[in-house]
Design a protein. Structure first.
Length: 233
């Protein structure tokens, strides 16, 4: 059983059909991100299926997956973190995120020009060499322009406030970390940071790839979700 958690400014429509074939559950909640609801949902699945779950989290969804694994390892077979991070912004000791000013500016722009802000964000998710993947994303992006501004702001507040560095060493479940080497939303340094602190983590970097690996490298991502990662890369 696979459980998919999407990232900011998207929804369950973001997952390609081939990635979610088989027994999969796509997390969907208008209050996203909401860790307490996520816990209730996964608990219900676990109690119903009586088997551990593979949790696939992308970007902000990966942060939620880390919280879930730290609190409830008994529910989880493994985590697959796609383009995620333990902390979205930098601070005095942590340089692997984005400058705080960038996220605050995103928040201000969102309140004034929501659609334009989303469009800019979606463009930044793809590297210059990923035009084909970006075009595929553009086919589904209209579904996300109707997202409520309040919910998007709640997601930005989560990204501004959440710091998961302190729980990484407590997460004992296996973790496969997949990250683009040209990711400008969650820098690849964040993936290396997590791999160094998670006790059972393996890291694979995709040179030249941006933030949406499951569009640009779908076959490889699918194989790792299904079979696991053979070795650190």
């Amino acid at each position: 059983m696979k459980f998919f958690i999407h990232g900011w400014a998207t929804g369950p429509q973001v997952w390609p059909s081939s990635l979610i074939e088989g027994e999969s559950f796509l997390y969907n909640n208008e209050e996203f991100p909401e860790i307490s609801d996520l816990e209730r949902t996964v608990k219900e699945l676990w109690q119903t299926r009586k088997e551990k779950i593979i949790v696939v989290g992308w970007s902000l969804g990966g942060m939620l997956a880390l919280q879930l694994a730290q609190a409830h390892p008994e529910w989880i077979e493994k985590l697959v973190l796609l383009s995620s991070t333990p902390r979205f912004t930098t601070d005095g000791l942590y340089t692997e995120g984005l400058p705080l000013s960038i996220v605050k500016n995103l928040s201000r722009r969102l309140k004034r020009r929501q659609r334009e802000t989303q469009e800019d964000f979606y463009r930044e998710m793809f590297a210059a060499t990923e035009s084909a993947a970006a075009e595929k994303f553009n086919e589904i992006s209209p579904a996300f322009f109707s997202l409520a501004g309040e919910g998007l702001q709640k997601g930005l507040d989560y990204l501004l406030q959440t710091d998961l560095r302190g729980i990484l060493s407590q997460i004992k479940v296996p973790v496969d970390i997949l990250h683009g080497g040209a990711d400008e939303i969650c820098p690849p340094a964040a993936a290396r940071y997590m791999a160094g602190l998670l006790p059972a983590a393996k890291l694979k970097l995709f040179p030249g790839a941006g933030h949406v690996l499951f569009f640009s490298h779908l076959a490889e991502v699918l194989k790792i979700i299904e079979e696991g990662m053979e070795k650190n890369g």
